[in-house]
Design a protein around this ligand. Structure first.
Ligand SMILES: [Zn+2]
Length: 342
């Protein structure tokens, strides 16, 4: 029987991390007579007064490079824990949450959806009231077509519920948290998306996101990430991170969920033959290019870890908020009329 790619790699990283890692099996997904574990790895300080940062991959099973980037980062932390005293000090001030293989059934079959044919990024109980693109914005016609939301009125899929439960417990109960969910396949450029996906209305924490965008640009000045709301590109029903962001708002929690969209079309452009491989459209096929992708994004994940643990030093204060808000509105929501808050 075929084994799930990356489960062995995750197991050996857990061995390497040893006592510093806490592993939880959040659920098991039935798949061809087997039960595939959906696992989380936790490390750092569990004190709920401290911030948290989460790294997610493999939500869309086809986009393997997302899982690979998260596993590579976890592997580098496991290795550094053996010698790097500055990392140990850093982990005293922050909680880390990893879920590198959210959709193990999709990873096994090389599909975007989970084994029930449901797209986990269209399955949350969030309904767009605006015009979403046909099919890609989420559909209930058939699980045989992509972007299937799941049958109406049914609870969320087990993998999505596992993400919600983990984020609620480990992130939303804290003063500050930030998550990065790694995907691939959209366009040529690397993008960082923030909510909303279901509406063009600006997110409530626009000032914080604008400050974080500036911090990223100043810190990783040689990296080109396009930082924008997902709604700049397209709208969709059922986005999992919109759902969790709205939940956090209800709890008065400061939670910034980000999605890294690695621009895989650049890899296809450089190697057109990979267009004919289904996985090739979403992943770098040539090994040196895969290595380069992994190398390029590790500093970004490290940046988010440090930004979360030091959030107090960059969150905009009262005096700067208005300027951040106006700049964010003109950059990301030019269609809105900008007026200073009275
Ligand atoms: Zn994706």
């Amino acid at each position: 029987m075929q084994s799930v790619p990356y489960l062995d790699q995750l197991a050996s990283i857990l061995d390497l991390g040893g006592k510093h890692f806490e592993t939880r099996t959040l659920c098991e997904v039935p798949c061809e007579g087997r039960r595939l574990p959906v696992q989380a790895v936790l490390l750092g300080n569990p004190d709920p007064a401290l911030p948290a940062v989460g790294f997610f991959g493999g939500v869309h099973g086809l986009e393997r490079i997302g899982a690979e980037v998260v596993l590579a980062f976890l592997h580098s932390l496991a290795t550094r824990l053996k010698w790097d005293s500055s990392l140990h000090r850093e982990l005293e001030s922050v909680r880390l949450v990893f879920m590198p293989l959210v959709n193990p059934g999709g990873i096994l079959f090389g599909t975007r959806a989970n084994p029930n044919g449901v797209d986990l990024m269209r399955n949350a109980p969030v309904e767009s009231q605006e015009r979403v693109p046909w099919l890609i914005g989420g559909q209930r016609i058939s699980p045989r077509l992509p972007w299937f939301r799941g049958p109406a009125g049914r609870p969320m899929e087990a993998e999505g519920l596992a993400v919600c439960e983990l984020v609620s417990r480990e992130c939303l109960a804290r003063p500050f948290s930030l998550t990065v969910d790694c995907h691939s396949g959209f366009g040529v450029n690397d993008r960082i998306w923030f909510p909303f996906a279901h509406t063009r209305t600006p997110i409530q924490h626009l000032e914080e996101l604008h400050a974080l965008k500036n911090l990223l640009r100043e810190t990783l000045c040689h990296y080109r990430y396009i930082f924008e709301p997902q709604s700049s590109q397209y709208l969709a029903h059922g986005d999992l991170w919109d759902h969790l962001y709205l939940r956090a708002l209800g709890q008065g929690s400061l939670f910034l969920p980000l999605t890294l969209e690695m621009g895989s079309w650049a890899w296809v452009k450089k190697n057109p033959l990979q267009f004919f491989s289904r996985l090739g459209i979403f992943n770098p096929v040539i090994e040196h290019r895969q290595q380069r992708v992994l190398r390029r994004h590790l500093p970004l994940l490290e940046f988010f870890l440090r930004a979360a643990s030091s959030y107090r030093s960059w969150l905009p204060g009262l005096a700067e908020r208005e300027q951040h808000r106006l700049r964010a509105l003109s950059r990301w929501y030019p269609e809105l009329r900008m007026e200073p808050r009275s």
